[in-house]
Design a protein around this ligand. Sequence first.
Ligand SMILES: Cc1ncc(COP(=O)(O)O)c(C=O)c1O
Length: 361
Amino acid sequence: MMTRSLTRSDLAALPNYVPGRTVPGAIKLASNEVPFGPLPGVVEAIADAAQNVHRYPDMGVVALRDKLAARLGVDPARVVTGCGSVALAEHLARAACMPGDSIVHSWRSFEAYPIIAATTAAESIKVPNTPAHGHDLPEMAKAITDRTRLVLVCNPNNPTGTSVRRDELDEFLDAVPEDVIVVLDEAYREFVTDPQVTDGLETYGDRRNIVVLRTLSKAWGLAGLRVGYLVAQPEVADAVRKVVTPFSTSLAAQAAAMAALDAEDEMRRRSDIVVAERERVYATLSGWLPDVPPSQANFVWLPLGARSVEFAQVCEAHQVIVRPFADDGVRVTIGRPEENDAFLAAAESYLGPEADLSHPN
Ligand SMILES: Cc1ncc(COP(=O)(O)O)c(C=O)c1O
């Protein structure tokens, strides 16, 4: 007798989310984390919060929401926090899409996007990146149909580090129907230095269909506690609040986020180090591999195609863990200067002028 699957049969076709690997003793440059430890005050705030973990957290996340809203200059009703910004992207899809609707996004982009679409029973429409590895916004606009409810713009894009500039985005947003939500996923906003890569909230936040997604996982150093937020017009923010998993911004996460936001100067000092290192790593790599796209994030992309996995293995043999995307490229997170030196030494052995000729560039 044929037994019916206990779970959705279409899940078999869905790729698993692949986290960056942690190898004891090796340098981890695989998960776009910042390497400097928690911001000052964060550990103490978590320790204090620990006294109360037998209680549920504030479900409205009022103190943190108000603090974020004041910092961003928006009405608190427009801010929703969640268990990482990836959870908020899921909630948005749930709030916007019915089965059979579509979500348009670039590809390659954040690997969670197709998973989020599929688990919402929405169709994921993947628009190939340009030859320069960035979003092809005109093609993305063309991919929007009557069934499209959400468009995801990852700016800067994970994993390629490319970004879309204001003039391109202006034109694109004018082309998107006003009843389709455009998510500006700005997880890496704090590392952006190009003045033409505009702050989505400042520039477009007043539009009815714009949602800006941000996170405290990256520059703010809270990846392990899971705090993200979105800013939308109240109509969309209220809908997301309806579908958010109750209490999903934990007590410790709320306390840590409040403390991290108080350490903004130190966050900026650390981000400046990351940016300076990004430019140094980029300059060296692009001397060996001309196609490396400039990055506005805390990682760089090496479009190594079929050599990606082999390159990651070479790095691992040098005790450096990077993140290969098979047959496409390798994403390398910017670490501390000495970690980046170790990576560059590994990369040089494969890509540099003296590299073994069995791996021709
Ligand atoms: C583009 C982008 N968006 C969202 C996220 C999710 O971050 P978190 O859920 O930690 O806030 C990531 C994490 O890698 C990302 O790269």
